[in-house]
Design a protein around this ligand. Sequence first.
Ligand code: B12
Ligand code: SF4
Ligand code: SF4
Length: 303
Amino acid sequence: MMYSAPAARQAAEYAAAALGFSALGVAPADADQGTYLADWLAAGQHADMVWMERHLAARQNPQLVLPGVRSVIMLTYEYAHADARRAPGRIARYAQGEDYHKLLAAKLADIDETLQFYGGTQRCFTDSGPVSERFFAARAGLGWIGRNGLLIRPHLGSYCFLACILTTLELPYDTPTANRCGTCHRCEQACPTGALNNGCCDARKCLSYWTIEAKCDEDAATALSHGDRIYGCDICQEACPWNRPRQEQRVDPHLLMPAPLSKLSPQDLASLSTAEFEQLFAGSPIRRIGNAHLKRNIEKLTE
Ligand code: B12
Ligand code: SF4
Ligand code: SF4
């Protein structure tokens, strides 16, 4: 088929909308990311996530991820604004339902197929590859990077997953939007551990890191004593005025918390056998940390 950039972009947009993505933007693959990530790594703010060091070169040069890449298509997919599991024992909103990696990978594969029709070669990721997703989402005009480090969309806030498609097609690019944080510093003030500094989140202090990634039990004790979070943390998003509750929000039912989980107390969760844990969290992102790690997070709340 004759390649027409606007037609290829429009086809991707139709496919994305039909698959439930809430927005699509396109950034040039060679956009300059500056030294932000390198500086963050050099300062040790990635804690023990050493895989981030290994990915530095690829993150800064998408050509190493997909040779010949010209455009980065960025997409957003909504998850629930409402918190289905309140304190104590909060689970971050993004992790209350099914694992988004699997859910979105299948949808991205469909868009990939559409773009192949236009002669494109693609690689697709959602939190699964060496791509600076927030940077490209902002460059693709989907929103701005807030003082909480997250991509904030005007009037839609930050409760969304990001997904990306690297493509060899040169598609029409979008223009970045202005940063609208203004004089607000609510996220920084709300963070219980002081992890935020000028749009930069120091993983060494972040409860999301401590509840999901950190392996060291001793250090975890201090960090976890700061909050009521047992998996992930939404405090800097809850504080953000752009995330104020909306009357109506359509959310993919796969991302809603299953009723059996919402009924369990933190003590119930802490007393699950491994077999019960596996059954309850089958298909959930929480399964990844394992029963012992979840117990550790809960015990720090109830001690
Ligand atoms: C590692 C990681 C974490 C770590 C480290 C956090 C951190 N500081 O980045 C931990 C485990 C702590 C974490 C926590 C969370 N994460 Co996380 N995380 C990632 C991951 C895998 C990499 C992020 C990264 O590279 N960080 C290092 C920093 C330096 O890079 P960066 O944030 O991408 O910043 C770039 C831009 O911001 C840009 N930049 C910023 N300012 C400026 C200024 C200038 C001038 C320039 C040129 C560039 C620039 O430069 C950076 C490099 O390109 C991404 C997925 C991905 N592949 O990108 C998800 C991702 C960022 N996480 C996500 C989410 C949802 C979360 C949590 C909300 C989960 C939760 N509820 O617990 C928290 C929020 C914590 C926070 N306030 O940031 C979403 C964000 C969605 C959104 N709306 O923004 C992502 C995109 C995953 C996804 N696909 O949906 N996360
Ligand atoms: S996720 Fe929680 S601990 Fe991490 S920066 Fe935001 S408020 Fe602070
Ligand atoms: S709370 Fe305020 S400063 Fe923080 S991201 Fe939202 S608007 Fe920006």
